[in-house]
Ligand binder design. Structure first.
Ligand SMILES: CSCCC(=O)C(=O)COP(=O)(O)O
Ligand SMILES: [Mg+2]
Length: 223
C-alpha cells in the first residue's frame, strides 16, 4: 500500500522523552498556581477550567481546587485536554522567558523535508496541545512547524484509543492503510494498527516489539 500521509508523535520520536519528564512537567507544576491565578479569566484558560470541572462531574472549580486537580493529573501522568491546554500556555511563557529550550533530534528535519518533497502529507499527533507542539517543533536551529499540514491533539481523542486514529483517517479523507504512524510508544502504535493504519516504532534506545522498528527517522521504510 502506498503511504500518502505520515502522522508523527513528538516527545520520544522527534525529541527526547526526558525533556517532558525532567523539564516541562516540573516547570508546569511549579508555575501552575500563579498561572491560574493570573490567567483564569483568559478565554482559553476559563474554557479549560470549565472543561476540567465538567470532567469531574459538572463542578465549578475554585482556583485552588482547579490547581489541586491539575497537579493530581500531572502526578498521575494523565493527559486530559484541559490540562494540556493550560500546560501549553505555561510552557509558552517558559520558552519566551528563556527558562528552557527544546531539542529536536538532527535526523528529523532532513527526513521530514524528504518525505514532503516526495509528496507525502505531514501531520503530528501528540498528547500535548497544538500550541505546545508548535513550540517544541520551533526549537533551534529551525522551525519545523511549517512543514506540517495539521496538528492533532487530545481533542481528537487519546493516543491509545483506536477510535482516535479512525477519526484522524476520516479527517484526512485517506484510507487508514495509506497513513503511516510514527511513535515511540507501543500502546499508541497498537491502537493505530487496530484502526488499520501502518505503524513504525521509533526506537531510539533500541528494543523490539509488535511493529516495524526504526532507530531514527532516516531508518523509516515508507511503503
Ligand atoms: C510536544 S510538547 C510536550 C509533550 C507532552 O505534553 C506529552 O504529553 C507527550 O506528548 P507526545 O508527543 O508523546 O504525545
Ligand atoms: Mg510520544
Amino acid at each position: 500500500m502506498t503511504i500518502h500521509a505520515i502522522l508523527t508523535d513528538i516527545e520520544g520520536a522527534a525529541g527526547p522523552l526526558a525533556f517532558l519528564k525532567d523539564t516541562l512537567v516540573p516547570y508546569a507544576r511549579e508555575q501552575l498556581g500563579g498561572f491560574i491565578a493570573a490567567h483564569a479569566e483568559d478565554d482559553d484558560i476559563e474554557e479549560a477550567l470549565d472543561e476540567a470541572g465538567r470532567l469531574m462531574g459538572g463542578f465549578s472549580l475554585k482556583v485552588e481546587e482547579a490547581e489541586a486537580l491539575l497537579q493530581r493529573w500531572m502526578k498521575q501522568g494523565r493527559n486530559p485536554t484541559p490540562l494540556k491546554i493550560i500546560q501549553g500556555r505555561i510552557w509558552q511563557q517558559g520558552y519566551e522567558a528563556g527558562a528552557f529550550s527544546a531539542e529536536i533530534y538532527p535526523d528529523v528535519a532532513p527526513s521530514l523535508k524528504a518525505w514532503k518533497d516526495a509528496g507525502i502529507r505531514l501531520f503530528t499527533y501528540s498528547s500535548s496541545s497544538e500550541l505546545a507542539q508548535k513550540l517544541w517543533l520551533g526549537a533551534a536551529p529551525e522551525d519545523l512547524a511549517g512543514l506540517f499540514e495539521d496538528f492533532f491533539d487530545t481533542r481528537v481523542g487519546q493516543k491509545v484509543e483506536e477510535e482516535s486514529y479512525k477519526a484522524i483517517a476520516s479527517q484526512l479523507a485517506l484510507p487508514p492503510a495509506e497513513i503511516l504512524v510514527l511513535s515511540a510508544n507501543e500502546d499508541e502504535l497498537d491502537a493505530a494498527k487496530a484502526a488499520g493504519l501502518a505503524t513504525t516504532r521509533i526506537a531510539r534506545d533500541g528494543g523490539g516489539g509488535n511493529h516495524p522498528v526504526a532507530s531514527d527517522f532516516t531508518a523509516v521504510t515508507i511503503g
